[in-house]
Design a protein around this ligand. Sequence first.
Ligand SMILES: *[C@@H]1O[C@H](CO)[C@@H](O)[C@H](O)[C@H]1NC(C)=O
Ligand SMILES: *[C@@H]1O[C@H](CO)[C@@H](O)[C@H](O)[C@H]1NC(C)=O
Ligand SMILES: *[C@@H]1O[C@H](CO)[C@@H](O)[C@H](O)[C@H]1NC(C)=O
Ligand SMILES: *[C@@H]1O[C@H](CO)[C@@H](O)[C@H](O)[C@H]1NC(C)=O
Ligand SMILES: *[C@@H]1O[C@H](CO)[C@@H](O)[C@H](O)[C@H]1NC(C)=O
Length: 663
Amino acid sequence: MKCQLIAAIVAFGVGCHAIPTPSTHVLHEKRSSLPRLWERGGRVESDAILPVRIGLTQDNLDNGYEYLMDVSHPDSPNFGKHWTAEEVHDAFAPAQAAVQAVRDWLISAGVRPIDIVHSDNKGWLAMNIPAWKAEDLFRTEYHEHIHSDSGAVRVGCDEYSLPEHIREHVDYITPGVKLSASLKRSLVERSTPLHNKPGPYKSHYPHDPHWTFPPGAGSLPPDLQACGRNITPTCIKALYDIPNAYIKDDVNIMGLYESGDIYSQADLNSFFAAYALNVPQGTHPKLDSIDGGEAPVAPGSEYNTGESDIDMDLTFSLIYPQTVTLYQVDDNIEAFTDGGFNTFLDALDGSYCTYTAYNITGDSPGVDAVYPDPAPGGYKGPLACGTYTPTRVISVSYGVSEYDAPLNYTRRQCNEFLKLGLQGHTFVWASGDYGVASFPGDDSDNGCLGNDSTVYNPSFPTCPYVTNVGATRLYDDQTILDRESAMQADLGPSAELFSSAGGFANYFPVPEYQKSAIATYFAKHDPGLPYYYINADASNIGANGGFYNRVGRGFPDVSANGAELLAYVNQSLGHWWGTSLAAPIWGSVVTLINEERTAVGKGPVGFINPTLYANAWALNDIVNGSNPGCGSAGFAAVEGWDPVTGLGTPSFPRLLALFLGLP
Ligand SMILES: *[C@@H]1O[C@H](CO)[C@@H](O)[C@H](O)[C@H]1NC(C)=O
Ligand SMILES: *[C@@H]1O[C@H](CO)[C@@H](O)[C@H](O)[C@H]1NC(C)=O
Ligand SMILES: *[C@@H]1O[C@H](CO)[C@@H](O)[C@H](O)[C@H]1NC(C)=O
Ligand SMILES: *[C@@H]1O[C@H](CO)[C@@H](O)[C@H](O)[C@H]1NC(C)=O
Ligand SMILES: *[C@@H]1O[C@H](CO)[C@@H](O)[C@H](O)[C@H]1NC(C)=O
């Protein structure tokens, strides 16, 4: 019976108004007004059981960057000395003394020790106690609140207090002044349905029957003569001097994230037979299914739209005999609405499921998929939490705009990337395919922000703890001996301005490791476009007619070829374009480097950005092309780092030498 009562209270939510605060208690949180359409109802029955959570203030988040640099900066004596998950939890958990102080107070106030639960990630204390007890502890009154449209009921209070010596240890308490705020995906209306997959773009094939080999091609081996028009794994290996892979070990299995798109074995087989004879027919990834993700499908399936096929084509052809783990995330209903990647991170780190930061605990319904999925045919299992061990390298070619998720949501998630980086994991992420805009229909018809859609719209995640990958291309009249340009092309309706996404985040400031590269960019190659300085809550995007945030984290970090890849999807051969291609190329490069490090007894490279920014010589700088959009010129690829192609494309021999030279 007790459980039933708890469930009912949770579902109906709780509210309260203040009673006089005795001298030992001090006001902790107070609400100025109720959210629109919510009205206060009756007092909660005094013996109703409330699920009370006390969010403890986290220690050490301010030190997170230093910790990550300590294991990731090439000059650090602790480079590569990654932490265990337990060490990460302990470092960011509230100090034991703080936990003890709050517990002691609760117990002295009559809460039974056995009723107090300390969460797995150590971030909060939980207990189920009668309303009268909670009201006494927090010197408040709980009321029901009713939503005038939907009739939904939640519990909360107008203000509450805590003993003075406890306040510093407590972030906030629920139920409290917030009526379990539901997060909105986006702050603006969309004119077209959401589609969270700027996947690769398929252009016509063949597009020009009159194309002839460029001058100079004749001196190249036959399988490298057409790389300006038809990119194959052989072309990519030649461009970046990537040797034929030969290592298969247990620890460097590469991870690929996929969601809503599903690979077809027949398509992989056709690709291997045509362009990657080193990979045997039937080679497939190990499936780690997350929240109902399934794979593979038949080639003609509506879920086979190219992304997964191409990610696997490139990855297997570059790293085989090394194997691949496929994280197929979300059921086929949620996959198209889950824009935030939190369900993926939940599955990789159970503590993230209940992690509290920036006033958010756990997933955010409205941004994240919810499991069990109530939709007909949805996945009915519980949310996957800590189900899988993350691979050392994970490549992701999906994204929406940064603006689509609330600022605090992205900050909380970015902390998780920091923690996974501390543990030696490398995340490579496609930057997006619409230059300075997001994809058409994301936030506005042209994918841009501001009242007149002229403000640039950075792609998510702009977190400085992932390696953001842009794209490059060769032109028709070029060979692998030419320097690549930024990927840009007119690929037809709604993709006229297809190009390597890049620019400056609104949600994250320039990280220390990138400061000198960005300062040099502005000093030597100022784009001459109007800009603004973002404010603390990122509420002035586009202020003063500016197009971009002058003080934001710049992206991408690096780039690789993302044009004219020949591949089969639904058994039909096409040319594929996008930063979707570039991310798995970088993921493969890092995997091959990790293998060589493993072979000499060293650990994984982990978070690579600080090493790359300090050693730009190890990349091929890209200096031609641009990413126009939102009615203006966008940015140009220039000497040094730029917000189109980052530091450039991989030179495998130089990168290998660099990383083998580190501890
Ligand atoms: C968020 O938490 C802080 C304490 O960290 C608190 O002062 C603030 O009122 C909270 N904000 C909201 C919107 O709940
Ligand atoms: C796959 O190709 C077949 C044969 O051309 C076609 O009938 C089918 O509609 C295609 N499937 C999809 C999802 O486009
Ligand atoms: C975001 O997080 C900060 C820091 O915890 C907090 O002060 C602020 O109120 C949060 N904003 C929202 C909208 O919850
Ligand atoms: C959009 O219009 C509103 C109302 O006129 C104004 O307050 C706001 O500053 C404008 N935003 C931008 C980015 O121009
Ligand atoms: C430079 O990029 C432009 C497109 O911006 C392209 O037309 C031109 O062919 C490129 N030149 C070289 C040398 O790659």
